[in-house]
Design a protein. Structure first.
Length: 330
């Protein structure tokens, strides 16, 4: 039996359907990400798991118990919000200790567990500071510590990194993943950031318009999208009509075809499909070329090895397509 099992969960606000007949599960110690565009229902689903938002129907089975009838305090769930939600009049130590004090833990127990969890998130040197004396990344680590200190049965994280700059975000996601593994926590993480989902997750539940589109590990989701939405949302697939795909490959297709930009190889003009570079964008370690081949525009990603290897806009090139990676999508 799954550690967490969500079955036929439904939620409406008036006539607006937020999500419909949601089914997914999580194994003990698994890191599951709810991924999707804004408005797809992922954050509302997380709040329903926490008990902060009621559901219309369905079950949430946690360790064999249906927690839908329970209030948030009875569920044994920890939640980290995007907004930190720290008490401004309490120190770091006081914020982290708050949940334990509500559980009426002894002073010695509170002191020990708060010290342990602050060390885990590398914030023990800041125990006496107040939230206004901390950076955004430090506040989020305090919020994480506050959720961990009560030893929750389930950890929920609602886009906790989206307000942080890229460097801090990368460091914190590595910290969160390390702590989750060390504590063998079952975690549900909400994000709209594809890179975040791909790098952090054991499994990704991709949502759109209140429904689950695909539920798979990161590699499967990236290499085998089930439809055009999944292909368009994960990575930077080229989505081609059947006619355009046939013009490039000479093969017939019945529907849209997805081609990954890194599976297209640029070669000398005489060695592949004739093409011309329209323009290019530098994406750090990758150069993305926009090319025209047989009147079809394509994105092609090439590793940025050196300035000397950059190809100028307007030059003629050849393209080789890895037909094995082409995927027909609905």
């Amino acid at each position: 039996m799954s550690y967490l099992q969500v079955t036929q969960l439904n939620k409406h606000y008036g006539q607006t359907q937020i999500f419909n007949n949601i089914d997914f599960s999580a194994r003990e110690g698994e890191f599951v990400t709810l991924l999707g565009p804004s408005g797809c229902g992922k954050s509302t689903l997380l709040r329903c798991l926490a008990g902060l938002t009621s559901v219309d129907s369905g079950q949430i089975i946690l360790q064999g118990q249906d927690i839908v009838p329970l209030n948030p305090q009875q569920r044994g769930i920890g939640m980290v919000f995007q907004s930190y939600a720290l008490f401004p009049n309490m120190t770091v130590e006081g914020n982290v200790a708050f949940g334990l004090k509500m559980q009426k833990a002894s002073s010695s127990e509170v002191h020990r567990r708060v010290g342990d969890v602050l060390a885990m998130v590398e914030m023990n040197d800041y125990a006496k500071r107040y939230p206004h004396q901390l950076s955004g990344g430090q506040c989020q680590r305090v919020a994480l510590a506050r959720s961990l200190v009560t030893e929750p049965r389930l950890l929920l994280l609602d886009e906790p990194l989206s307000a942080l700059d890229a460097r801090i975000r990368k460091h914190l996601r590595e910290q969160i993943r390390r702590i989750q593994r060390e504590m063998n926590l079952t975690a549900i993480f909400v994000t709209h950031d594809q890179e975040e989902a791909l790098t952090m997750s054991d499994r990704i539940v991709l949502m759109n318009k209140g429904k689950i589109v695909q539920n798979a590990d990161a590699e499967t989701l990236y290499t085998q999208p089930v439809d055009a939405f999944a292909a368009g949302f994960i990575g930077s697939y080229n989505l081609l009509s059947a006619e355009d795909a046939q013009a490039l490959t000479g093969q017939q297709y019945s529907g849209q075809v997805a081609i990954r930009p890194e599976s297209i190889v640029i070669c000398p003009p005489e060695q592949g499909i004739s093409a011309r570079i329209l323009h290019h964008s530098l994406l750090g370690n990758v150069v993305r070329y926009r090319v025209l081949a047989n009147n079809v525009e394509l994105s092609v990603d090439v590793l940025n090895r050196s300035v000397a290897s950059l190809l100028a806009d307007g030059i003629e090139i050849g393209l080789q397509l890895d037909l094995v990676t082409l995927r027909e999508v609905a």
